[in-house]
Design a protein around this ligand. Structure first.
Ligand code: GLN
Length: 321
């Protein structure tokens, strides 16, 4: 179910990452190797987010994003959302601090990735030092529409979910309540409100999880409710699993400088060198440096750094015994 890929490193062509290698993300759309029972092909759309460095003021970021959006409209892009100028979804998610001046944009299409000429004609013209891409196989019962295609973006974050939350409406609501209880005990009132779930861009498990994750990221960092973005992913995954043990929760999160991910059921591999870091559902080539990531882990990756930690250990809120 779904495949995703994140890249952080030296500047590269955004579109090229979608077609790189004999087993590229685009090829994985129609010929995936490791679906692990979660569907057969990924034909329900795709999306890609990339980051650009702009002046570290929100008005400059919004201006740049507006110019970029206009340029891409002319180029025929079907959806391009600028993080800071965005008024939809999690557009209000604040910056995480370090590296202010990065702004995220995205392109999405609900058609199969192999049918979209923009992948070869437009997206390779964009250059970025960070990319997060996803191809979708819609879970049965969930809408096939552009708004359901990851990445979901807000602030400087981009997020993808490969998997499924059975009975997601009930479970996500219960998870929101659990997180609110834990945050209140920790000392932050009304961090999580069920009403926030109405902000979900689409009626899917992934879009709803992104709303909860946005609230967690609001309070991530030293002294926060969760210590880091990786801890936020881990806490979200472990809280979901408490309600539905067979949930599949491969998350992928980027902020333009680092990648964080979880593995719960689905495949993930890492290719990390001093120059770049890539996390991908499936290796796109036979480079011997690809490392398969074990199940039930939380991962942090950036050039020259890969950490893999058991999910259970990382999934506790700050201050928990
Ligand atoms: N459940 C999510 C959706 O329908 C993710 C699907 C997947 O991983 N195949 O969008």
């Amino acid at each position: 179910m779904c495949r995703h890929l994140g890249y952080v490193g030296s500047e590269t062509a955004v579109g090229e990452l979608l077609t790189r290698g004999p087993h590229s993300l685009r090829t994985q759309a129609w010929a995936p190797r490791e679906m692990r029972g979660g569907g057969t092909i990924n034909a329900d759309g795709f999306g890609v987010a990339w980051w650009r460095v702009v002046e570290a003021t929100s008005s400059a970021a919004a201006d740049t994003a507006a110019v970029e959006a206009a340029a891409n409209d002319r180029a025929g892009a079907q959806d391009l959302t600028a993080g800071r100028g965005d008024t939809s979804g999690r557009g209000g998610v604040p910056d995480s601090g370090a590296g202010a001046g990065l702004v995220v944009s995205r392109y999405r299409n609900s058609d199969p990735i192999w049918t979209d000429p923009a992948v070869e004609e437009v997206l390779p013209q964009l250059k970025s030092g960070a990319v997060l891409a996803s191809i979708r196989s819609a879970t049965v019962g969930m809408p096939v529409e552009r708004a359901a295609c990851a990445p979901f973006v807000g602030g400087r974050w981009a997020f993808s979910h490969n998997g499924v939350v059975p009975q997601w409406r009930r479970v996500v609501t219960a998870v929101s309540a659990d997180l609110d209880t834990a945050a209140t005990q920790w000392g932050a009132t009304r961090l999580f409100q069920t009403a926030h779930l109405l902000e979900a861009e689409s009626a899917t498990d992934s879009a709803a999880l992104w709303v909860l994750l946005g609230d967690l990221l609001d309070s991530a960092g030293p002294g926060g409710f969760v210590a880091s973005p990786g801890a936020a992913l881990a806490l979200l995954a472990t809280t979901v699993l408490q309600h539905v043990a067979d949930a599949r929760l491969n998350f992928l999160l980027g902020d333009g400088e680092q990648l964080w991910a979880t593995t719960v059921h689905h495949a993930l591999s890492a290719l990390v060198t001093e120059e770049f870091a890539i996390l991908s559902s499936e290796p796109y080539d036979d480079d011997p440096r690809w490392q398969p990531i074990p199940d039930r882990c939380v991962i942090t990756a950036r050039p020259g750094h890969l950490s893999v930690e058991p999910l259970a250990r990382a999934g506790a809120p700050a201050g928990a015994p």
